[in-house]
Design a protein around this ligand. Structure first.
Ligand code: ATP
Ligand code: MG
Length: 574
């Protein structure tokens, strides 16, 4: 492709609102342009790179035995009402009506559609297992679209769904997808780590997210320094600290704490450690309020609370807090509370004697003895894991934390959807059973952004050969010179004939502009043809990774590119 006749706009500066490195580079290098919040146009370079990612995903899915289909984005409401998700999905799901006022959704995912298809087409154990996938546009009205195509409102996803006769079968399908994911992300030039993930309040049994470590990552990943434990922070178990006796506690004492509401304020005011305070939070499960007690220096993990309670939960409103405790926000405590369930995190046992709110404006209680002054209905692990915690798996190492971009997710769903949408089969004994499902997602467009995020330097993108929109950037430094243009054309044809894709910069621009753009675009191999070099028989070859220039005879260029390409490709193929 000739740069002069193609469509390759670059920007010297990125728009101010672009915060993420990948977002800045994708705009500057002319990969994408924003149409509206969370909606992006792919320009030719971005589209080529995206299709390379897609091709890798497709190859690995096909190799793992998954079968490609294509489902409509537009889905009738009925299926969502049958699965119960019409209400659960809330405003993130884009909804619309047709001319007859029938309701539809723009699919955020396709469990309902695929399950209804399988329910009507597959009846016997003989036709199972099946694993179906598609690569298609999804719609989600994200509250906060950000970081370019990392979190968009319209994006490209690979979504796959497996159907098995039983849990064992589903485990085999799951493992095949897990392995395929590890391979395909590696082929894209990504360090994607599988981490144990939450399976949600609604069930499901096994789940891993594939995370690419990155500053802009929105997921917190916890890993052990001593063993292979790696999990989403939300999921990480916390071990119980040692209990401390409260046998010698002094009598309860009310203390005046005017306007001291937070743990930090009260701790400083009373000159006590946050770790000796009993943080008292009021939650609601949608029907009734309940209390969660947490040691003052620890944070509550809402996902653990939801799992313990068995329902989605949220922090109660100031009005509810007033009703439950009789005091405004900031003065709640477990002593004397009635009519609500009290859950306590195991960390509370290590307080012994502590400080907590008095359920009275501007007052706290001192000398609160854990096993004297209040009762706990349920003890549980409700704490958010912190860096430095002891590893819950090996019990030896300590945990550290990194941020990651979730590029993929594999999940054993069980029979939730097959039961709701009647995807049943007849087994060998003639009995009807629900199929056991798994679902497997990859954010294809997010993966492209992650590739850029992980593969760049201060000058621009540094594409892995597998995803690069072109393999070679051929710079004709003197498009007005007949010899240079002829030599460039010969190299162009030769490289293409050898199977490489080539972007020929034949624009009438200064060399400096061409070099800067070439650094920004980041194609793996650069061949520079100038008048001087051509005369001496030595033009220049540059690998984008190192940016080191080496002299090369025009006749040696193809062999050099072939050699490097083969070497690099072997690194990307596990
Ligand atoms: P997130 O927690 O980032 O919102 P999710 O759990 O909602 O992700 P899934 O429903 O599992 O995501 O979707 C499968 C994959 O689709 C994700 O792993 C991610 O790579 C991608 N994805 C999800 N939401 C978006 C989005 N708004 N923009 C781009 N890609 C997305
Ligand atoms: Mg989401």
């Amino acid at each position: 492709m000739k740069q002069s006749s193609g469509f390759f706009p670059t920007l010297r500066e990125a728009p101010k609102e672009a915060e993420a490195k990948s977002h800045v580079l994708m705009l500057r290098a002319g990969l994408i342009r924003q149409l509206a919040a969370g909606l992006y146009i792919y320009l030719p370079l971005g589209w080529r790179a995206l299709r390379n990612v897609e091709a890798i995903v497709r190859e690995e899915m096909d190799a793992a035995g998954a079968i490609e289909v294509l489902m409509p984005s537009l889905q009738p409401d009925l299926l969502w009402k049958q699965s119960g998700r019409w209400d659960v999905m809330g405003p993130e799901m884009m909804r619309l009506q047709d001319r007859n006022e029938r309701e539809f959704v723009l699919g955020p995912t396709h469990e309902e559609v695929i399950t209804s298809l399988v329910a009507s087409e597959i009846r016997s154990y003989r036709d199972l297992p099946k694993n179906l996938y598609q690569i298609q546009t999804k719609f989600r009205d994200e509250i906060r679209p950000r970081f370019g195509v990392v979190r968009a409102r319209e994006f490209i996803m690979k979504d796959g769904y497996s159907f098995d006769v039983d849990d064992d079968g589903a485990g085999v399908s799951y493992q095949a997808m897990y392995d395929a994911y590890a391979r395909l992300f590696h082929r894209c030039g990504l360090t994607a780590m599988p981490v144990e993930a939450d399976t949600g309040v609604m069930g499901g049994s096994r789940s891993h997210e594939f995370m690419v470590p990155a500053e802009i990552g929105e997921s917190e990943i916890v890993s052990c320094g001593a063993c292979d434990y790696r999990a989403n922070r939300e999921l990480t178990e916390s071990s119980a600290p040692e209990s401390v006796s409260s046998a010698n506690a002094l009598p309860l004492e009310e203390v005046h704490t005017p306007n001291q509401r937070t743990i930090e304020e009260v701790a400083a005011f009373l000159k006590v450690e946050p770790a000796s305070m009993i943080k008292t939070l009021i939650f609601t499960d949608g029907e009734k309020p309940f209390v969660v007690l947490m040691r003052g220096d620890c944070a509550v993990n809402e996902i653990k609370v939801a799992k313990a309670v068995g329902k989605p939960v949220e922090l109660a409103s100031p009005e509810t807090i007033q009703q439950v405790t009789g005091a405004p926000v900031g003065f709640a405590g477990p002593v004397g509370l009635t009519g609500v369930d009290v859950w306590a995190d195991l960390s509370i046992k290590s307080i012994g004697v502590g400080v907590t709110g008095a359920n009275k404006a501007d007052y706290h209680l001192k000398n609160v003895a854990i096993d004297r002054d209040f009762t706990v209905d349920r003890w549980a692990d409700l704490r958010l894991a912190e860096p430095g915690d002891v590893c819950p798996k090996c019990g030896k190492g300590t945990l550290s934390m990194t941020l990651g971009i979730e590029v993929g997710h594999v999940f054993v769903l069980g029979t939730k959807y097959s039961t709701a949408l009647n995807a049943v089969y007849t087994d060998e004994k003639g009995e009807r059973r629900p199929m056991v499902m798994g679902c497997y997602g990859i954010g294809v467009s997010r993966t492209l952004a992650a590739v850029v995020e992980e593969n760049s330097d201060d000058k621009g993108i540094v594409w892995p050969v597998t995803v690069a929109p072109y393999h070679v950037h051929l710079l004709n430094l003197s498009p007005k010179s007949e010899e240079v243009t002829k030599a460039s054309a010969e190299l162009y044809d030769g490289l293409r004939a050898a199977g490489f894709s080539v972007l020929l910069d034949d624009r009438d621009e200064r060399p400096g502009v061409k070099f800067n753009d070439a650094d920004l675009l980041g194609l793996p191999y650069r061949v520079i043809v100038g008048e001087k070099g051509l005369k001496s028989g030595q033009i220049e070859f540059v690998q984008r990774k190192s940016l080191e220039k080496e002299p090369i005879a025009p006749a040696d260029v193809i062999a050099r590119v072939k050699g490097l390409y083969a070497e690099e490709l072997s690194r990307f193929t596990p």
